[in-house]
Design a binder for this molecule. Structure first.
Ligand code: PEP
Ligand code: MN
Length: 338
């Protein structure tokens, strides 16, 4: 950390800052300029509470030199991390498309969905059994019964499953049903107690971006999971809230290269919740792959207009097939496959 003292700072104030740095277990290096004195804190600067330093008399500003996130940062881990999802690699050269309905509805719906996901060439399936709905009166998901239906349908096609965990009390049940990837939804990105708990299990986690979370808040949320020992984290950009109302959310394509630079962990994109309309999904999906996304999370329903949740944004099975063909072309151009 570098601490810039104000031009009027007194010797006693400089000494007080040095003493405080030493209390945190760091060494202080004083550099006296013509106008200002700079103090460098050497050692594990993450131990230093920046707010405490900023509040000290004579301090103009302070800056951290190392990133506040240590496990998820690319700083100490240069290579891309490839996550093994029950035999399917995510984060390598192959772009993985995770497709399936917004929510688990019935066994025939899930059986048909699994069949179409597989037929389109996708290797992973999504579906929510516990749904975070804006209204408490809207369909809340089939719950544990939904997990059972999902597992049965996906197993018949040999597809690992991705499903959202909202309540930490359900974690054991998710483990019993052998959920392959735990999804943490946008509304729970900063539910720190939930993040700590999924940090303790050895299951891949998709961490969706909070609807108005900054990149740094998102990375710190991932660090919560990583700090518990679970490093199998996949970031999912799903659009952010802005002033625009012409579409559900704004897909932040910039987040893809920025995250790929900041972290070694895989980054995927959910074009369905970003656009909110099925017709927007192909364009957003192509943009995401072109920008370097390692995968996509796409909503597809056997009969979109019958979907119990997010009917407007679900692709039909034919549209998913068509999208997979288009994405193969985009992936090829950038030296990847699908
Ligand atoms: C979902 O993927 O089912 C979902 C609810 O998405 P989000 O958390 O991004 O709104
Ligand atoms: Mn949905």
């Amino acid at each position: 950390m570098i601490i810039v003292m104000s031009p009027e700072a007194t010797e006693q104030q400089i000494e007080a800052v040095v003493k405080k740095i030493q209390e945190y277990g760091c060494d202080a290096n004083i550099s006296r300029g013509v106008e200002r004195t700079l103090i460098g804190a050497i050692g594990d600067e993450r131990r230093i509470n920046q707010e405490t330093i900023d509040a000290m008399q004579g301090v103009e500003q302070s800056m951290h030199i190392v990133k506040p996130y240590k496990i998820v940062t690319r700083e100490w881990h240069k290579e891309n991390t490839v996550i093994d999802i029950s035999g399917v690699p995510l984060g390598g050269n192959t772009v993985q498309v995770i497709a399936g309905p917004c929510s688990v509805e019935t066994q025939p719906q899930m059986d048909a969905a699994a069949h179409y996901v597989k037929a389109a060439g996708c290797r992973l399936m999504r579906g929510g059994a516990f749904k975070p709905r804006t209204s408490p009166y809207a369909f809340q998901g089939k719950g544990v019964e939904g997990l059972e239906m999902f597992r049965r349908a996906a197993d018949a096609e040999g597809l690992p499953i991705v499903t959202e965990l909202m309540d930490v009390r359900m974690l054991e049940t998710f483990m019993e049903w052998n959920v392959d990837v735990i999804q943490i939804g946008t509304r729970n990105m900063q539910n720190f107690d939930l993040l700590k708990e999924v940090g303790r299990v050895n299951k891949p986690v998709i961490l969706k971006r909070g609807m108005s979370a900054t990149i740094s808040e998102w990375l710190m949320a991932a660090e919560y999971i990583a700090a518990g020992g679970n490093h199998n984290i996949i970031f999912c950009e799903r659009g952010i809230r802005t002033f625009e109302t012409a579409y559900r959310n704004v897909l932040d394509v910039t987040a893809i290269p920025v995250l790929k630079r900041e972290t070694h962990l895989p980054v995927i994109v959910d074009p369905s919740h970003a656009g909110g309309k099925a017709w927007m999904v192909p364009a957003l999906a192509r943009a995401a792959v072109a920008a370097g996304a390692d995968g996509l999370l796409v909503e597809m329903h056997p009969v979109p207009c019958d979907a119990w949740c997010d009917a407007d944004q679900a692709l039909s099975p034919e549209e998913l097939q068509q999208l997979m063909r288009e994405l193969a072309g985009v992936a090829q151009v950038i030296g990847r496959d699908i």
